[in-house]
Design a protein around this ligand. Structure first.
Ligand code: FAD
Length: 634
């Protein structure tokens, strides 16, 4: 017997991470009599990518101290992504991000002050230093207080979006379940904001049996933002631009404070520069219209690529020369450790376990498995409307369809009516990081308030048959387990049993990761792929989808959550592969190389790739959309 609870809201926020907290705070600011509800899979006090804390806020303009301009920031972000970003969206969050950081300051987040200037201590041009172990708790408190504790539904994982029975392009809420007690929640909402974070574990992580689940982006970032929106038919963008990041080996410790604040060099194993030997080749293949290798800040993807070329030339691994900049008993040593203790404690644990002293020896830096994200140096996510004042002119000659244009009325609304995105879920506007994601949540919420005011006489309809059918599907893995509990099974004790009538989440996840790693540019092929491999990935993903539909099984509520996380990851993986197949060039060689099209091709591919999935037919549509530069380019 399934317990079902209906919850009516003006605004539903899916995921109470950085973007979701920003949305909650802003929505109640503009609409004091609105009911704003947060559905959060974990507990918002310590959820999402900032759960463990952070040591820097990576996006802060410093406008009041005249440290930077918004225009320069847009140029920097555009360069880092090799020319392709929605400049209207980047400009929009950048012009508001400082006000977000000032709120954090007011709420008690310890940001390092610079007593000489009265500004903040900079880590790099765009980053400022914080004591951030309680960052998420502070931000969550503001969100909780804004919406009221009774409107925060912790431990509720959203699995499906709900559509209006009379308008298939209108989202009217979502369905999820409490991962502790199994209660099903049917949220009916006038506007819905998807802010459920990015996707880790879509690709096989470098750490396997010995460190299963260890990854740089948190293992609980299960690609729900993408899975939910793809299945509902929202237009997605730039899903091919998934991300590979350099991190300290095994602990995934961040490299920012070492490189930017302490000015530590990365070299090859012999102490030599990794960039110079490859500069000419990189310049030949990846200059494009933007002359990217010669930009003042070398794009992340090119730096990552040059390091990899060094390893492949047999001069690896990359080494962070900590022994040159970290001095025992000095502030540099405190900074070096605190940087990890604020956000990636595992790195310190690994160093302690290996008797490693950063002041004495360098440490290895690796490139990680790929992540599907929209808030870092990467831009996967939904295609959204920009703000009206920055909207470029309508693109003549292209359909008026929202999937081709930049503006259709409500900032950050996806191509589905009433569905907004923020943070990792919103595509083509990277480098938001924690502060920019919170800011984008605010922008989405303000515009969602406007949307519900403009539609105040609309009655939210939910179709009982649709709800029942989703609930049946949602519970099916538990039913399947109960039905076939006593079938004869075999298999290793550390895995679920091998049973021809069932697929448990871990079995499905390992299959997914193997496909993505081996065929879609994972680390085991050194991030190289080609058309044949991507087509093979699609074929195998299709089998996996079929097996999921027919065999997915769960023994309890927790496993049911894992099962639906897997489904979101599978849909996301398919989008990634289809986008990689469609884009016939290599634009971000550090993230992946299409060996059959190894160079950047601005002539044909200085464009966004957009896609739409039709869940009824299982068909995908992909197309190009021109990039419009609102800041002169190059
Ligand atoms: C190790 C690490 C270091 C980083 N370093 C920095 C840094 O130094 N500076 C900086 O500014 N940024 C940094 N970032 C980036 C920053 O954390 C992200 O950009 C930001 O958190 C993205 O915000 P978001 O709201 O999109 O996602 P998140 O903050 O991850 O929030 C997503 C939320 O959705 C919830 N959720 C997921 N699926 C569901 C579902 N189906 N139903 C309900 N809820 C769901 C999650 O539990 C989570 O609470 C770092 C990230 C990591 C992982």
């Amino acid at each position: 017997m399934v317990r079902v609870r209906y919850v009516d809201a003006d605004i539903l926020i899916i995921g109470g991470g950085m973007a979701g907290s920003g949305a909650a705070w802003e929505a109640r600011y503009w609409c004091r009599n609105c009911r704003v509800v947060i559905a959060e899979k974990a507990n918002i006090n310590r959820s999402g990518a900032v759960a463990m804390g952070l040591s820097a806020i990576n996006t802060y303009m410093g406008l009041k101290c005249k440290e930077n301009t918004v225009e320069d920031y847009v140029k920097y972000v555009r360069g880092d992504l090799m020319g392709i970003v929605r400049e209207d969206l980047v400009y929009d969050y950048a012009r508001h991000v400082d006000s977000t950081v000032h709120l954090f300051d007011e709420w008690g987040l310890p940001i390092w002050p610079n007593p000489q200037t009265g500004c903040y201590v900079r880590e790099g041009k765009w980053q400022i230093m914080i004591h951030g172990e309680s960052y998420k708790a502070i931000v969550a408190e503001a969100a909780r207080k804004a919406v009221g504790e009774e409107n925060v539904f912790n431990r509720v994982m959203v699995t499906h979006l709900l559509k209006s029975p009379s308008n298939p392009n209108r989202v009217v809420g979502a369905i999820g379940f409490n991962v502790n007690d199994g209660t099903v929640y049917v949220f009916r909402a006038k506007a819905t904001i998807v802010s459920a974070g990015g996707g880790s574990h879509v690709y096989r992580p470098r750490s396997q049996g010995e460190g299963l689940g260890r990854a740089w982006y948190p293992p609980w970032s299960s690609a729900s933002s993408y899975g939910l929106m793809i299945e509902a038919g929202a237009v997605m963008t730039m899903m091919e631009a998934r991300f590979v990041v350099p991190r300290f080996k095994d602990g995934y410790g961040p490299v920012g404070a070492y490189q930017l604040l302490l000015k530590t060099k990365i070299t090859n194993a012999y102490g030599q520069d990794f960039w110079k030997p490859h500069y000419e080749e990189i310049k030949k293949l990846y200059s494009g219209k933007g002359n990217y290798p010669d930009l003042p800040i070398t794009p992340t993807t090119l730096r990552v690529y040059a390091q990899r070329l060094e390893w492949m030339a047999g001069r690896g691994p990359s080494l962070m020369r900590t022994e040159e900049t970290v001095k025992k008993g000095t502030e540099s040593e405190a900074i070096a450790y605190e940087d990890f203790l604020d956000m990636t404690i595992s790195q310190v644990v690994i160093w302690a376990g290996q008797n490693h002293e950063p002041a004495e020896r360098p440490y290895e830096v690796i490139t990680t498995e790929p992540y599907v994200m929209g808030s870092h140096a990467t831009e996967c996510g939904a295609w959204a409307s920009g703000p009206d004042d920055l909207a470029p002119k309508k693109i003549e000659g292209l359909p008026d369809d929202r999937g081709y244009q930049y503006y259709w009325g409500y900032n950050r609304m996806t191509t589905l009516d009433g569905l907004f995105c923020a943070g990792d879920g919103c595509g083509a506007n990277p480098h938001k990081f924690s502060s920019g994601s919170f800011t984008e949540g605010r922008l989405a919420a303000k515009s969602a308030v406007l949307f519900i005011m403009d539609h105040s006489d609309e009655k939210i309809e939910v179709d009982k048959a649709q709800v029942d059918s989703i609930i049946t599907k949602l519970m099916e893995p538990l039913e399947r387990y109960e039905r076939g509990k006593y079938t004869v099974v075999t298999g290793p004790s550390y895995m679920h049993p091998i049973d021809p009538t069932k697929m448990y989440w871990k079995q499905g996840l390992f299959r997914l990761q193997k496909i993505m790693d081996e065929y879609a540019g994972g680390w085991s092929t050194m991030y190289v792929t080609n058309e044949w491999m991507l087509n093979r990935a699609l074929e195998l993903l299709q089998f996996l989808k079929e097996d999921f539909i027919n065999y997915a099984a769960a023994q309890d509520w927790h496993e049911l959550m894992r099962v639906w996380e897997l489904w979101h990851r599978i849909l996301t993986a398919e989008a990634v592969v289809r986008h990689m197949l469609f884009r016939k060039e290599t634009r971000w060689p550090g993230y992946y190389v299409r060996a059959d099209y190894p160079a950047l091709d601005d002539e044909n591919w200085h464009v966004f790739v957009n896609s739409r999935y039709d869940a009824k037919t299982g068909k995908w549509e992909l197309w190009k959309v021109p990039v419009i530069h609102i800041i002169p380019f190059p």
